[in-house]
Unconditional design. Structure first.
Ligand code: SF4
Length: 283
């Protein structure tokens, strides 16, 4: 039996950069906060907590902290007002927003200045989308489905700027773009899905199509991990979604030739290796 890891899996550039930022700050010995968990991965967050990194869960927590120390903005980014609140609180603010997300903040801020209505293709409840909304100065709408795209009507004939959450499904975004084109809402369409997502989704799909069993490692609250699971399940009926090795309850029949493994962008390398080794040794 062969065990194969998807060509692109695990920590993406932005998440690695944010975690490295936290580690570099721990080394300074100062009091360190992160605004929200630095990644959607409980293992990583727990490890950082053991090193004294405190998670600030929202504006209430922020108001309650004593205003000394350094606060790190995670890769997802935050609304402009939240960043200002951190600075007003007297904290040293280090912005580890992924440059690909920062680019979206700039696009929507500019669109607002140009009097355009912003539409974000994404999940309204996701912190990245909340952050993007917080950089819009004019009207903004979040749409998640083709149906919502069909039903969308721009306010007062306003021009529309369409962007996407970085982890949005590529094919779904293309369908939304086509719907918008037909409606004449194509004034400023920017595909802001990041390569890390496309690469991970594509290589997961390719591997799942040839695998007999597929394992997706990621946190249940990580949207990109859940999407990988969705994609792999469509190609491979025996797809398992696990958070840690403890969740893996595999019973493989002899006929299994290939076990594929992939992992979300917030899954650390040591966890991927652990799962890979376990499957290799035990089957
Ligand atoms: Fe940045 Fe892309 Fe990673 Fe998001 S998925 S943090 S945009 S590299």
């Amino acid at each position: 039996m062969e065990v194969k890891l998807a060509e692109y899996a695990g920590f993406c550039f932005g998440v690695k950069r944010a975690i490295d930022t936290v580690h570099a700050q721990i080394d300074t010995g100062k009091k360190i906060y992160t605004y929200g968990p630095i990644v959607h991965n409980e293992e990583v967050v727990r490890e950082l907590e053991q090193k004294g990194v405190q998670v600030i869960e929202g504006e209430e927590d922020l108001a309650a902290c004593d205003g000394t120390g350094t606060i790190i903005i995670r890769a997802h980014g935050v609304p402009k007002a939240t960043q200002e609140a951190m600075e007003q609180r007297g904290l040293e603010c280090i912005d580890a927003t992924c440059p690909f997300v920062k680019r979206i903040h700039k696009i929507v801020a500019q669109a607002g200045e140009d009097g355009m209505e912003v539409v974000i293709a994404g999940n309204a409840g996701h912190p990245e989308v909340e952050g993007i909304k917080g950089w819009c100065s004019g009207p903004v709408t979040v749409i998640e489905t083709e149906e919502e795209a069909q039903n969308f009507i721009a306010r007062d004939g306003q021009k529309v700027c369409l962007v996407s959450q970085t982890t949005f499904n590529y094919n779904k975004f293309q369908s939304i773009v086509e719907i918008f084109q037909k409606k004449g809402y194509n004034d400023n369409v920017v595909n802001t899905i990041c390569n890390a997502t496309e690469e991970r989704q594509h290589s997961a799909r390719v591997l799942a199509a040839e695998a007999d069993v597929m394992i997706v490692i990621g946190s249940k609250n990580s949207s990109n991990s859940r999407k990988l699971y969705e994609i792999c399940s469509a190609e491979c009926a025996r797809t398992y979604f696990i958070q840690t090795l403890d969740d893996l309850r595999l019973e493989l029949p002899k006929a299994v030739r290939l076990v594929g493994i992939t992992a979300g962008a917030s899954t650390p390398n040591n966890l991927i290796e652990e799962v890979q080794n376990y499957v290799r040794i035990n089957f």
